[in-house]
Design a protein around this ligand. Structure first.
Ligand code: URA
Length: 433
């Protein structure tokens, strides 16, 4: 049997591991028998030499089994989950969760906190006064059964291997490796207990995968490995070349999600939620086709059932449901400034990551894990890609709690919106389904 050092050397030299070797690496690291420096070396070897199709499946399975695997079989209805590789203004879960849950498929989701430009789903939810995201696995399962939806912070008992590995990858330059990303995402989804999973892989200037080819390759691997672990899974590659919807920032995004649940949201956000939701219903067996699923979701939106489910969900997690009718109960930043077009033309495009960084400078995200988020800070866009503008038209409003942050964020925001003489070529919302 190879020692841990020999296993690192084996991968360093480009060899293929056995299933037992991969299980041993993951187990030894989770148990604290493999120190961080050895895992860092193995991760870099795996990053440079790659893991083949089988090794990726073995890694994912070993990571899933490093902790608790949630049992949702007692919920009494099909349970679905979704995951997005992340983007700017991505508040999809806030709309999609209650929308799908209102159509007879429970939604059980464990989510991460945002690091980088803007808050994650948990930060958005926590901008609702009273909303709690910390919950035991037992209470999580109970809420899914009772309310049909629960979204909570990733439990430390689920995939502890991923938690430790991701922390090392983040500081050793080993994040952008397809096998390691697939292992990280699919192990968490598989341990979360839902059997029907839709993954939204983003591509474009605001995404982790900047090019369509990279996003497609990741989507195919996610799907393949998900199937190998027995999950019903579908991946969609969607556009993140401009922020999704018109808001970036936690409470601002909650407000936009509520408007969308009232049928008054931005078209791109609504469309994405309907298309992803249709797939969740179909995969979970509640619709015979995507078209049937979409029709059910549209009815629920129209009849106000998705909004009612949102209210019950917020109440169940301790949040103040009055925000639905009184958005002024959500935190708001004291200062704001409107950015205007300096010439006539068309909105040529956004540097979506730049908009995210502007939101971060305004206070909506965190530089370090321990930083506090300003829930009211962020950006509201007055325009989308391709819109015609004349000099002096509003492009966006920046919101911040201090004038220094407002100035820093507004400058970044202005640099992230380009005005062109000609309208840009349209980009589809979906690149591959
Ligand atoms: N998101 C994850 O959860 N893991 C990764 O490795 C990358 C993105």
């Amino acid at each position: 049997m190879k020692s841990l050092v020999e296993l690192i050397e084996w991968k360093r030299d480009g060899n293929r591991h056995t299933e037992e070797e991969i299980e041993r690496i993951v187990h030894a690291f989770t148990q604290g028998e493999m120190p961080d420096y050895q895992m860092s070396a193995w991760l870099m070897a795996a990053f440079l030499r790659g893991l083949d199709a089988d090794e990726t499946v073995w890694l994912t399975r070993a990571m899933r089994d490093s902790g608790t695997v949630v049992d949702l079989s007692g919920v009494g209805m099909p349970v679905a989950d979704k995951h997005s590789t992340g983007g700017v203004g991505d508040k999809t879960t806030l709309v999609l969760g209650p929308l799908v849950a209102s159509c007879g498929v429970a939604v059980a989701k464990m989510s991460g906190r945002g690091l980088g430009h803007t808050g994650g789903t948990l930060d958005k939810l926590e901008s609702i006064p009273g909303f709690r995201v910390e919950m035991s696995v037992e209470s999580f399962v109970e809420q899914v059964k009772r309310v049909g939806i629960a979204v909570i912070a990733q439990s430390p008992d689920i995939c502890p291997a991923d938690k430790k590995m991701y922390a090392l990858r983040d500081v050793t330059g080993t994040v952008p490796s397809i096998p390691l990303i697939v292992g990280s995402i699919i192990s968490k989804k598989a341990a979360g207990g839902a059997s029907a999973i839709v993954l939204d892989v983003k591509t474009g200037s605001g995404a982790f995968m900047k090019t369509e080819d990279e996003a497609r390759a990741l989507a195919r691997e996610l799907q393949r490995v998900g199937h190998a672990l027995g999950l019903k899974i579908q991946c969609v590659v969607s556009d993140m070349d401009q922020p999704l919807g018109r808001t970036v920032g936690n409470a601002l995004e909650v407000c936009e999600a509520i408007r969308t649940l009232k049928g008054e949201g931005p078209e791109d956000l609504q469309e994405l939620c309907l298309e992803l939701g249709a797939r969740m219903l179909r995969l979970a067996g509640a619709a015979a086709s995507n078209a049937e699923g979409r029709a059910a979701l549209e009815r629920s939106l129209h009849e106000g059932r998705a909004l009612e489910t949102f209210v019950r969900w917020v109440e169940a997690q301790g949040g103040d449901p009055r925000i639905v009718e009184e958005p002024s109960l959500l935190p708001a930043a004291e200062f704001s400034t409107v950015l205007t077009a300096d010439r006539d033309g068309f909105v040529g495009g956004f540097d979506a990551e730049g908009v995210g960084r502007a939101a971060l400078a305004l206070g909506a995200g965190r530089h370090r894990k321990e930083d506090a988020i300003d829930p009211g800070a962020g950006v509201v866009l007055a325009v989308k890609r391709g819109d015609r503008v004349v000099r002096g038209d509003a492009l966006a409003t920046a919101h911040a709690s201090t004038l220094d942050r407002l100035e820093a964020g507004a400058e970044r925001l202005r640099a992230s919106i380009s005005i062109a003489d000609e309208p840009p070529a349209p980009r589809p919302l979906f690149h591959e389904v």
